[in-house]
Design a protein around this ligand. Structure first.
Ligand code: GLU
Ligand code: ZN
Length: 313
């Protein structure tokens, strides 16, 4: 039996040197918005050099725990796009679909520690109760059948210091909800899987899009429930469509052109405020990437002016 994350000796930040990751869900191909997140997390890792002169480690994790939302061929297409853009990962790709035993053992441990409970409330019930989940089933001893599992959210952390955004204060009520860690349909919830794997992979820096700002609060609470040190988070602005919508797989943002990657790479660096020099337009991908590692400047990454609606809670 695999050890659960609660019992594992992993401390989160046990390792001093930088370990970052990009964690796409294969629900579609890589688009400009996800390229920016991949590039920022890669550059932040590679521009951090430890006392022995080693660059940060950068990993790719495929978050394929939601088969109904998965698009055939997306995982391998995402990986080839990353390679075309010179974003090479340092350790074998981790697939969340291979981690079920660890998630299952962690759920069993949370249950044993009385840190979770079954809930059969529907969206409609929660709406009728005021829209927030107020721990309705905490003491009801709901049976397992057709139930979701919720975390007893003892910590309810809602503030944190973001690498790019500074002090962030999330919606306190949402952050303090007993959120779902195992879904009624039998799938593991994103919040559980992402934290278990960030601990499992000893990730200590997470750079991603600011659509994940609010979920960070819940993830911080989960780290605390596991008694592990949380990584440092940095959220970058989201690329939006002309009418202000988030570029996402759901709203069918166009996939990246693998045949002509230079313009998108330069555009992504511009978006991240890194001011790529004009001559780079005629350079090879490895040359642009080396320039970008050398010149990566966290302070130049624009702040998020407006927090976007939450789509990951
Ligand atoms: N898999 C998530 C997504 O594609 C991102 C998870 C994360 O970076 O924490 O939106
Ligand atoms: Zn309930």
């Amino acid at each position: 039996m695999q050890q659960s994350i609660l019992r594992s000796g992993r401390s989160g930040i046990a390792i001093n040197s930088y370990r970052g990751r990009f964690a796409p869900s294969p629900s579609g191909f890589l688009h400009f918005g996800s390229l920016i997140a991949a590039l920022a997390s890669f550059l932040d890792a590679k521009s951090t050099v430890d006392s022995l002169g080693n660059q940060g480690i950068w990993l790719v994790r495929i978050e394929d725990i939601d088969p109904p939302r998965e698009q055939m061929g997306a995982s391998s297409a995402i990986l080839s796009t990353l390679e075309v853009f010179g974003l090479h990962w340092d350790e074998p790709v981790l697939y969340q679909s291979q981690q079920s035993e660890l998630y299952q053992d962690t759920l069993a441990d949370l249950k044993q520690h009385k840190l979770s409970y079954f809930c059969r409330c529907t969206r409609a019930t929660i709406k009728a109760l005021g829209g927030m989940y107020q721990g309705h089933c905490r003491t009801l001893n709901v049976s397992e059948q057709n139930s979701a599992i919720r975390l007893i959210n003892q910590h309810g952390l809602y503030q944190f210091n973001d690498i790019f955004q500074g002090q962030v204060s999330c919606n306190k009520n949402l952050a303090q909800e007993d959120f779902i860690i195992h879904r009624k349909d039998g799938l593991f919830a994103y919040q559980l899987a992402v934290v278990v794997d960030d601990i499992y992979q000893n990730i200590n820096h997470i750079i991603r899009g600011c659509d994940l700002l609010e979920p960070t609060a819940r993830q911080l609470s989960l780290f605390k429930s596991f008694n592990k040190q949380a990584p440092q988070y940095g959220h970058i602005p989201l690329a939006v469509t002309n009418d202000g919508y988030k570029l996402s797989k759901q709203n069918r943002a166009p996939a990246i052109d693998n045949k002509n990657p230079q313009p998108a790479l330069i555009k992504a660096l511009e978006f991240l405020g890194q001011m790529p020099e004009p001559y780079l337009a005629h350079e090879s991908i490895p040359n642009i990437i080396s320039w970008a590692i050398k010149h990566w400047c966290r302070e130049k990454v624009p702040a998020v002016t407006e927090l976007k609606p939450l789509n990951k809670l």
